[in-house]
Design a protein around this ligand. Structure first.
Ligand code: DGJ
Length: 743
């Protein structure tokens, strides 16, 4: 898995068994992109790929040479203002008002492994042989500034991780207004762009549109990665589907404002850029100071969307997520939020925990409402001490009782927020993000603490440190329930304000880092009103994330399907909740709710004391089923089979296959029962074609090749005839699981 540098043509070739990534030093010292895609043979000279034709009316770098036009050359990290008319990768304002820059190659290093990005989440190599990193040093001689472009190629993954860093080396400061993590030029635009869009409680719907001339992009300006768009896009060939065809994925390891776009210019090339959103971003660098961008991870697959997703799943599960919980199956939990909301006391909590423990649940999570005077969402954020009326024995008293039941204790926190009605706000009103003389918008009656300030992060670290050390906490749900508005750091100068959104996110990362360092065995689950900060940056600290506040099984099918485009099942928080569902008032069968929630980090979010005897028995079986299969589900290879976003959306199917291909679990969800419907089969994926599998519950034996080519029969028997009273199995919102075991 080398990175090769061909001296004579000044060409870099990064490759492993699956991919090749080629670029070269151009005659003006900038870097020209040659190829990214399926692995090709290495050779000395790929210069012809630059396609340097004479250009009649274009801006050209050298007088007398009409072929060298940056308007047409495909580039690696393009500049503004020197001939390229497309969106640049970076932009730097100088004290004389100029934005023109031109960084030229100076040197490069190739080293084994992958260096960490200071203060930022990033993929990593555990052993040096797993990855190789190229750092290309460039220099702008007018503004005396270094630019380093980092490229890491992994031995086992069809993925390249990229980032950039700027260092000012002159007395006059410079101001960075745009510093994208990645820019990549494709020679054509015969692509469809896939993005994950949504809103609160309907996160990460899969949307697909053909690329067209002009800019098509997604972004967040919410202060967090957001629920409007996920920091991910893919470009797929029009004939690519889940199982086959070419696709390129782009994923930003970042949790704040971002921009990701594809820019198709008049000659039909397509430029993808991805990074921190440049609007309202400005970062002043004085002599000796550096700015490091977050990392973007690009993946190539010729095995369809499932191939791309599996590449992200494997990389993010094993070389982005870290620590004690990375490779461990996740505990089955009960969370009291939808069971009680703010209305609980210690006795009620113990009742819920007891019922859960008797059914095999392993972890109790105390959600919002345990602190200060919190009995509604109008008060007490920031006052992180237990409410004495609800918890007379404090957190440690409650946690002790939960532990005595044989369960672990988990706790909800929302450290980035403050309520006006709180001791914290009364003591430190200037710790809140707020613009001078302007009304502050609330979100859920709460306000955002200024995490760009070190003293705020320090304060919260000490507070949480005390809580975690006093009570035996095994799990933390770290929530964040509003986006940022009136973003202004009180008391800070004008130069600082353009740095606040990014510094805020660095503050969040810093707090996570300090807490995970000190409490490595606590399992962190991130959350932001459900899935408004479900991004790779968070996964570095918290290996799982609450996917959505919508717990309705039918909606969850879509949410989890979209989430799986990038994120492994071991990261997707999924719970069984009560019916009628609290968000949609829909009644779905208990078994379907479990059949959806199994495909994530499983748990319950209801008062199990309210269930009938039959339901209680079912829950017991579900818990034991999940214990038996969670390793397969959370660490197997996941394949999407039928999309809820295509056709009439009435059917969805997905499956997970063990690494040795001996076991697989197929889920089939059929939303509305159809009158006298047709036949239905699902072609499976990822099985061993030579192995014969026993399919449960039918007990039919079928070879892998049969299941993958002919399919698994899922027709509704005798539909149209009144033969059954089992609404749960045969009515609307029915679902089935098939367990395949190699004989
Ligand atoms: C939003 C989360 O997504 C919910 O699960 C719950 O924790 C509430 N916040 C509590 O305020």
């Amino acid at each position: 898995m080398p990175i090769i540098y061909h001296e004579t043509t000044q060409t870099f070739h990064l490759y492993n068994n699956k991919i090749s990534y080629l670029f070269k030093i151009l005659k003006n010292g900038q870097l020209g992109q040659l190829y990214f895609g399926k692995r090709i043979h290495d050779k000395e000279n790929f210069d012809y790929l630059l396609e340097l034709f004479p250009r009649a009316m274009s801006a050209c770098a050298y007088e007398g040479d009409k072929t060298f036009s940056l308007e047409h050359i495909k580039q690696e990290y393009p500049a503004y203002g020197t001939g390229d008319m497309r969106y640049p990768a970076y932009e730097i304002l100088q004290t004389n008002g100029s934005h023109i820059t031109s960084f030229a190659y100076v040197s490069h290093e190739i080293r084994p492994g992958k260096p960490a990005l200071p203060g930022l989440p990033a993929t990593y190599a555990e052993r040096e042989e797993e990855a190789e990193t190229l750092a290309v040093h460039l220099w702008d001689e007018v503004i005396h500034t270094d630019l380093i472009l980092f490229y890491t190629i992994f031995e086992q993954h069809p993925a390249i991780a990229r980032s950039a860093s700027f260092t000012c080396r002159q007395e006059e400061p410079i101001v960075i207004h745009r510093a994208m993590s990645l820019s990549l030029d494709f020679p054509d635009y015969d692509f469809e762009m896939i993005e994950l869009t949504g809103a609160w409680a309907r996160e990460r719907s899969v949307k697909c549109r053909p690329l067209e001339h002009g800019v098509q992009g997604i972004y967040s300006m919410r202060g967090c990665s957001g629920n409007g768009f996920n920091p991910f896009l893919a470009l797929k060939r029009p004939n690519t589907d889940e199982a086959s065809g070419e696709v390129y994925g782009f994923s930003l390891v970042y949790s704040g404002n971002f921009l990701a776009q594809a820019d198709v210019e008049p000659f039909g090339t397509a430029r993808v850029t991805m990074g921190i959103h440049p609007d309202r971003f400005s970062w002043k660098l004085c002599n000796g100071e550096s700015f490091q961008t977050p990392e973007a991870v690009t993946v190539y697959s010729d095995q369809g969307l499932n191939g791309m997703s599996q590449a992200y799943h494997t990389l993010y599960r094993s070389r982005l997520a870290r620590g004690f919980w990375r490779d461990r199956t996740r505990p089955i939990l009960i969370n009291n939020w939808e069971a009680t909301y703010f209305d609980f006391n210690e006795d009620r909590i113990i009742q819920i925990a007891k019922a859960a423990q008797q059914l095999g649940v392993e972890l109790f999570v105390l959600d919002d409402g345990w602190y200060g005077k919190r009995s509604s969402d109008t008060t007490s954020l920031g006052d992180w001490y237990p409410n004495p009326e609800k918890l007379p024995n404090g957190l440690s008293g409650l946690a002790g009782k939960i532990q005595a039941l044989g369960m672990k204790f988990g706790l909800w926190i929302e450290p980035e927020m403050v309520s006006y009605d709180s001791d914290l706000y009364r003591a430190h009103p200037d710790w809140m993000l707020a613009a001078p003389g302007r009304r502050s918008s609330h979100g859920r009656n709460q306000y955002v603490l200024d995490f760009s300030k070190k003293e705020v992060v320090d304060y919260l670290f000490h507070l949480l440190d005390r809580i975690f050390s006093e009570a035996p906490v095994s799990y933390i749900k770290w929530d964040m329930n509003r986006c940022m508005t009136e973003v202004f750091s009180q008391g800070a100068g004008p130069d600082y304000q353009g740095t606040v959104p990014h510094r805020y996110i660095l503050g969040v990362y810093d707090l996570y880092q300090r807490l995970t360092d000190k409490y490595p065995e606590i399992l962190f689950e991130s959350c932001a009103s459900g899935g408004a900060r479900f991004d790779p940056g968070m996964l570095y600290y918290a290996p799982q994330c609450w996917a959505s506040d919508d717990t309705d099984a039918v909606e969850r099918i879509k949410i989890q399907y979209g989430t799986s485009m990038v994120y492994p099942l071991s990261s997707i928080g999924a719970h069984v909740s009560a019916v009628p569902n609290h968000q949609l008032l829909r009644n779905t069968p208990l078994q379907t709710r479990a059949n959806v929630a199994y495909f994530g980090t499983f748990g319950y979010e209801l008062d199990l004391n309210q269930l009938s005897e039959r339901e209680t028995e079912m829950v017991k079986e579900q818990v034991s089923f999940m214990k038996q299969h969670r390793e397969l589900i959370q660490y197997g290879d996941f394949y999407r089979l039928i999309s809820p976003f295509e056709g009439d959306g009435n059917r969805t199917s997905w499956m997970v296959v063990s690494k040795d291909r001996k076991t697989a679990l197929v889920a089939y969800y059929r939303i509305l029962r159809q009158m006298n419907g047709g036949y239905s089969r699902i072609r499976l994926q990822g099985l061993d074609p030579q192995s014969c599998y026993t399919v449960s519950p039918s007990n039919i034996s079928q070879y892998g090749d049969e299941l993958m080519n002919l399919g698994l029969l899922t027709s509704d028997i005798n539909s149209g005839e009144f033969y059954s009273h089992d609404l749960e199995k045969d009515g609307d919102y029915a679902s089935r699981l098939y367990l395949l075991t190699a004989e």
